[in-house]
Ligand binder design. Structure first.
Ligand code: SF4
Length: 360
């Protein structure tokens, strides 16, 4: 190792400067020890099991206009849908057949299309047939409607995901036009935890305008929030969005690369600062490297994968970013290939809900 190389401090002592240097490094003498330490910390704190969460994309109807998202309200070129209760239950049964210990109900943000009572009923109906953990990813409710979250928790939901996408308030505002601001998103996470949910969040890597400091701050914010679940994925430019167009038209705005190695560094550092968190090898990561993305994520700190169990007729319509990895194969084929991959790298298929280790 030359005199300019970085020595990685023990995971407990990583500072902002350490994180920054590791994010910027392309030296394999630095990155190899990072991969190794992330893998060791993952093994020590969350073990060898890879937990599978069955993802159900309940609706692509959304009233928001997030600047990076293909299903934003201002994209007129997609057919909108909301699954029926029976379709959702069929997806739940499929996830049960595959042995997945938890479900993720995801939808665009719309209180009109996802009314509180309807969602409550869906959760109750799932609870009648399933003991799987239920994660909700339905965005934020209109201001102060904390009762909706309470109703869903009481009905049997266990976890809630809302990504903050960036810890930089100005960039947050550019990504989320019309949103009251980052503080409100972070407050929602706090309220969800108070209600009793395990909470999850995450960020994108390589958004135009995102700086190295921003990404290092994102990782530090994961630590401050003591998140139970953390998803990080590369920014994948969607041509029907303002940010997708900016990415192509203004290359000088690209500071942090949105590539696989940068994503893996972020996964590894996230594992080091949040050793007990459940961290997925995300679909976006698998999208930029279809053969190795999941495996590489699992080898560098991840312990979760979210296979898609949405009916095939809807999957292509839930296009947050182009060419999602799991839209191509039927769920049965994807499940089989995925389990073979997990076993081939010496890991185990997770049993049970895979609850957060933060509470243990
Ligand atoms: S990221 Fe979520 S809230 Fe934003 S436009 Fe897309 S679906 Fe809607």
């Amino acid at each position: 190792m030359d005199k300019n190389s970085i020595v990685i401090p023990d995971w407990e002592f990583l500072t902002h400067e350490d994180i920054l240097q590791l994010l910027r490094s392309e030296d394999k003498n630095v990155l190899e020890p990072l991969w190794q330490q992330a893998d060791e910390v993952r093994k020590r704190f969350v073990g060898e099991e890879v937990h599978l969460r069955g993802l159900i994309e309940v609706s692509n109807i959304c009233t928001e206009q997030c600047a990076y998202c293909g299903i934003r309200v201002k994209n007129p070129h997609i057919k909108r849908y909301r699954m029926t209760l029976e379709e959702i239950l069929e997806s739940v049964r499929m996830a049960q057949r595959f042995g997945y210990g938890s479900l993720v109900l995801q939808a665009g943000e719309s209180a009109a299309v996802m009314p509180t009572d309807w969602v409550t009923e869906v959760i109750k109906e799932i609870r009648k047939i399933s003991d799987q953990a239920i994660t909700l990813s339905l965005g934020e409710r209109p201001e102060n409607d904390w009762q909706a979250y309470r109703d869903w928790f009481s009905a049997g939901a266990n976890r809630y995901l809302i990504r903050f996408e960036t810890s930089n308030p100005e960039l947050f505002q550019r990504l989320h036009p019309g949103h009251p601001g980052l503080e409100r998103r972070l407050f929602a996470l706090k309220k969800l935890r108070e209600i009793g949910f395990e909470i999850g969040s995450g960020v994108m890597i390589g958004v135009p305008g995102q700086t190295w400091d921003d990404l290092a701050n994102d990782i530090e914010l994961f630590r401050t929030l003591e998140l139970d679940m953390i998803g990080v994925g590369p920014f994948l430019p969607h041509p029907e969005t303002p940010l997708g167009r900016e990415f192509h038209e203004n290359p000088e705005r690209r500071i942090v690369p949105n590539n696989e190695e940068m994503t893996l560094k972020t996964v590894a550092l996230t594992r080091l600062v949040c050793p007990k968190a459940n961290i997925p090898a995300t679909t976006a990561l698998a999208c930029i490297d279809r053969s190795m993305g999941h495996r590489n994520g699992l080898a560098r700190g991840a312990n979760v994968i979210m296979p898609n169990v949405t009916p095939e007729k809807y999957r292509q319509l839930y296009e947050i970013y182009p060419s999602k990895a799991s839209t191509a194969e039927a769920a049965e084929i994807f499940d089989k290939i995925l389990k073979e991959k997990i076993l081939s790298i010496g890991r185990k298929i997770g049993k049970g809900r895979g609850n957060s280790m933060n509470k243990k």
